[in-house]
Design a protein around this ligand. Structure first.
Ligand SMILES: N[C@@H](CCC(=O)NCCCC(=O)O)C(=O)O
Length: 256
């Protein structure tokens, strides 16, 4: 069977004095090794991307994490200095892709910034610097040069009974990593909470009545996909959904 192709929207970044379209390798590796797919990186453009044309050529969408934050104007708020850094090109690329992929029933896995984009794309809002709120932990990564330390598994989340994730991981407590200072505030109407941290932070969602796999997680299953069981199970389930989508497309083209 031909490998499914997963679109991954890039960040618009500046390295070595020039502008780059970039995705951290861990997401590409997880798509390839965890989901058995090929990764297609989508340039982050404020204008010029055609979501429908792109989705006609891929089989799924993987929306990665990023240091930048979704611009508050996209969920009806004024932006302040503290809300940054921003990446408007990433916003302009990701949000239309998320909406269009969900409309087609294409598998979507949204991670960290990705779950935040999923929520905003569907009409929800975000809270900034959640660690400053009473009773909320510090979900940010430890400042450390070693990525394995930054992405260390160090937090419990509880997967809800009867959720999509429960069908993949089983309901109950799992251990995850945590590298974020924003989180879902107003939940988009078409999203269901799938997992919560002990401090009440939304850690996973799914799209209600989605035609296919449509899950967002606030943690980073991509990083330990090869060694951490829940991480591997999430990407394996994503891969199964991708293959089912490919088979469905083939069947539709035969019947047409
Ligand atoms: N900016 C958002 C999303 C955080 C996120 O995606 N983190 C992964 C990258 C971590 C890093 O390299 O710093 C937030 O802070 O909530």
């Amino acid at each position: 069977m031909t490998k499914p192709i997963v679109a991954i929207p890039c960040d618009f970044r500046q390295f070595e004095g020039s502008n780059w379209h970039a995705v951290p390798h861990q997401y590409v590796r997880a798509a390839v090794e965890g989901a058995g797919a090929m990764a297609l990186l989508v340039p982050a453009l404020e204008d010029g991307n055609d979501a429908e044309a792109l989705l006609d050529r891929v089989d799924g969408l993987l929306v990665s994490g990023a240091r930048s934050n979704v611009h508050p104007s996209l969920y009806g708020r004024e932006a302040s200095e503290q809300d940054g850094p921003f990446d408007p090109a990433r916003d302009a690329t990701s949000l239309p892709l998320i909406r269009a992929a969900l409309k087609r029933g294409m598998p979507v896995l949204a991670i960290c910034r990705g779950i935040q984009e999923l929520n905003v794309a569907l009409g929800g809002s975000l809270a900034n610097d959640i660690q400053d709120q009473p009773g909320i932990w510090d979900h940010r990564h430890p400042e450390h040069p070693d990525s394995d330390v930054k992405y260390a598994i160090r937090q419990s989340v509880s997967v809800k009974e009867g959720s999509c994730l429960a069908r993949v991981l089983g309901a109950g407590e799992i251990q995850v990593n945590s590298l974020h200072r924003q989180a879902i505030s107003k939940l988009a109407p078409s999203l269901a909470v799938e997992a919560l941290a002990d401090d009440g932070t939304v850690e996973a969602v799914s799209v209600i009545d989605a035609k296919g796999f449509a899950v967002g997680v606030q943690w980073h299953p991509e990083y330990w996909v090869g060694t951490d069981s829940p991480s591997g199970q999430i990407f394996s389930a994503f891969g199964e959904a991708l293959n089912a989508y490919v088979a469905g497309r083939k069947q539709a083209s035969i019947s047409a």
